[in-house]
Ligand binder design. Structure first.
Ligand SMILES: NC(=O)c1ccc[n+]([C@@H]2O[C@H](COP(=O)([O-])OP(=O)(O)OC[C@H]3O[C@@H](n4cnc5c(N)ncnc54)[C@H](O)[C@@H]3O)[C@@H](O)[C@H]2O)c1
Length: 336
């Protein structure tokens, strides 16, 4: 039976988090604070650690009228969504793409198991490199495209709005601006569409009598792109921002509310076929079900194509690696 989404009935909502590490447990905690689900299940190879986290979270769950427990893949059945955060993390100086081989091998183990027990669920991928692994999760699950969502540049878009909000002295929620493409080094800010108070940035600056400072704005985009490197250099990981972003992706799924978010989905972008990257999408209980059209400038279109090509190059390097699970052989590009 597919999950029944009903915003007034959190009782029926189960969310599974695969990977009870830093991102996974912070996401579970953010879910509790948001009261989005009544049943939160943690799955991890390190059962002992997951058990400890579940025990600790259960005491917070007391206040949210929810339960947090350790489970196994059969507990994915009837989950509204399964969030995948399992995998190795960047070390200082590593790019997200450096993680690909290890985390792709892990996905070959995890995703078919989730799909087997929860054929109607929605996969939300956070593990890096998130675009490459969103593509892998689609292939390994055999799910329709709208039910495999990468957190993608939802994180970068949040950071970008934070930077622009600080620059212009306005609440980041009142800044409309998006980061597109890879959740990684080839991402691009859609400057031509950025607006405050319904005005493009140049018009806003003119109306508000402030300088349109191109160098300062480029600094906002650079700090957005480099934020994770900076945080990892200082504290070894990122967890709070991404956990809140994951909950903001789960919200429209659980409440069926047609939010527009920049998330990663498999499609054709900038003339590059069969690649996953982030563009604005509409999300509801069906998943990331509809692209939102954008009119990008010529140079932005070129940058989007370059971003798609760089992700595609990594995908191609993974092609034909066999996937072995319980005597079944899958090929990444084979139909399941
Ligand atoms: N998308 C984003 O914006 C974003 C932000 C931060 C981190 N991340 C990514 O999230 C991933 C996790 O980061 P983290 O800081 O939580 O790492 P972590 O090391 O704290 O946690 C990873 C967890 O995965 C578990 N695990 C490993 N193999 C597993 C398997 N086969 N099945 C189930 N569980 C398994 C480990 O036991 C561990 O508990 C990394 O790939 C990281 O790069 C993504």
């Amino acid at each position: 039976m597919p999950f029944q989404s009903n915003s007034s009935d959190a009782k029926s909502i189960k969310i599974v988090v695969v990977g009870a590490g830093s991102v996974g447990v912070t996401t579970a905690y953010a879910l509790l604070l948001d009261r989005l689900a009544a049943d939160i299940v943690l799955i991890d190879v390190d059962k002992n650690r997951a058990q400890g986290e579940a025990m600790d979270l259960s005491h917070a769950a007391h206040f949210a009228q929810a339960r947090v427990r350790v489970g196994d893949y059969e507990d994915c059945a009837h989950a509204a969504a399964v969030v995948i955060t399992a995998g190795v993390n960047q070390k200082p100086g590593q790019t997200r793409l450096d993680l690909v081989k290890t985390n792709y091998a892990l996905f070959k183990e995890v995703v078919p198991r989730v799909a087997h027990h929860a054929p109607d669920t929605i996969l939300v991928v956070a593990t890096n490199p998130v675009d490459v692994l969103t593509h892998a999760a689609l292939q390994l699950s055999g799910f329709p495209v709208e039910r495999v969502i990468g957190s993608g540049t939802a994180m970068d878009t949040t950071r970008f709005r934070h930077e622009l909000g600080r620059h212009f002295g306005v609440n980041p929620r009142n800044v409309h601006a998006v980061i597109l493409g890879e959740h990684g080094d080839s991402q691009l800010p859609a400057w031509s569409l950025a607006s405050i108070s319904g005005m493009r940035l140049r018009d806003y600056c003119e109306a508000a009598g402030v300088e349109y400072d191109e160098a300062a704005l480029e600094g906002c985009a650079r700090r957005t792109k480099e934020a994770a490197y900076e945080i990892i250099r200082r504290k070894g990981k990122t967890n709070y921002g991404v956990a809140s972003v994951l909950v903001s992706i789960l919200q429209p799924i659980v409440t069926d509310s047609d939010a527009i978010m920049t998330v990663s989905r498999v499609g054709a972008y900038g003339g590059v076929e069969d690649v996953a990257l982030s563009m604005p999408c509409k999300l509801n209980r069906s998943g990331a079900y509809q692209d939102v059209p954008l009119r990008l400038s010529e140079s932005e279109q070129q940058a989007l194509r370059q971003s798609a090509l760089s992700i595609k190059e990594v995908l191609d390097s993974l092609e034909d690696q066999p996937c072995v699970l319980e005597d079944q052989q899958y090929s990444l590009r084979a139909e399941l």
